[in-house]
Design a binder for this molecule. Structure first.
Ligand SMILES: [Zn+2]
Length: 239
């Protein structure tokens, strides 16, 4: 994994604009690891994908993840901040497979999740995921009870805790307690959009002042860009 340059981020933002968050996460990982294809990332268990996404976030923007969530009961805003290194340290894959009633299943990947996510009905989506992950070619999904599917979800979450990392919240105002999914792709993408917006403002200011092209401006180091921007600003103040 490598940190993304200014032009990498610009290209990634443009490529991922309007895509499903699952795809945004995968193309971000492929951009940060030129040796690993998009397909290879799509076929990795979700926890490994999330671990790599947290690593990419850390390299590009630091390891602090913060924000706020509204209390579902009273609407109070709860602020939070955590270090992704702490999150990763306490969550490792305990087993690559899960067995229930003698049937084995592998851990779900982004590709499995993308197919299941097309189904609006949640029980059906869980069944699609179970079918995709079944390691028994003779397994008959019609014999799977609702309880089996539910237990499968719980065991998969235990085996791969980073597949759907959750944060626990307790509202100081009304006492309500709940869990919230930690959206690592969302964190990365939001932070990248802030950077891209800043970058495009800089390109705009320098292109106007010097007549340079976008690619010429992007090849400047951040230090040189900042220096030219300082000069443009001070010239405007003097004018
Ligand atoms: Zn509350």
């Amino acid at each position: 994994m490598r940190a993304l340059s200014s032009s990498d981020m610009l290209q990634l933002w443009e490529r991922g604009y309007g895509l499903h968050p699952l795809d945004q996460g995968l193309i971000a990982l492929a951009a940060g690891s030129p040796g690993t294809s998009l397909d290879a990332w799509a076929d990795l268990p979700l926890g490994q994908r999330n671990r790599a996404l947290a690593g990419l976030h850390s390299m590009c923007f630091g390891s602090q993840l913060g924000g706020w969530v509204p209390c579902p009961s009273c609407g109070e805003k709860l602020e939070f901040e955590l270090d992704s290194a702490m999150l990763l340290a306490g969550a490792s894959v305990s087993s690559e497979t899960v067995t229930i009633e003698g049937q084995s299943f592998r851990l779900p990947t982004s590709r499995d999740l993308a197919l299941a996510a097309r189904e609006i009905d949640l029980p059906n989506a869980a069944l699609i995921l179970a079918k995709r992950c079944s390691l028994d070619p003779d397994a008959s999904s019609s014999s799977w009870s609702e309880a089996l599917i539910e237990e499968l979800g719980e065991k998969m979450a235990l085996a791969d805790p980073l597949a759907e990392p959750r944060l626990s919240f307790a509202c100081a105002l009304c006492g309500h307690a709940w869990d919230e999914l930690l959206d690592l792709t969302g964190f990365f993408w939001t932070e990248m959009e802030v950077q891209v917006r800043r970058l495009l403002r800089e390109v705009h200011a320098l292109a106007r002042a010097y007549g340079w092209s976008e690619s010429e401006i992007l090849t400047l180091s951040q230090a040189r860009r900042a220096m030219y921007l300082d000069m443009v600003r001070s010239e405007r103040l003097l004018a």
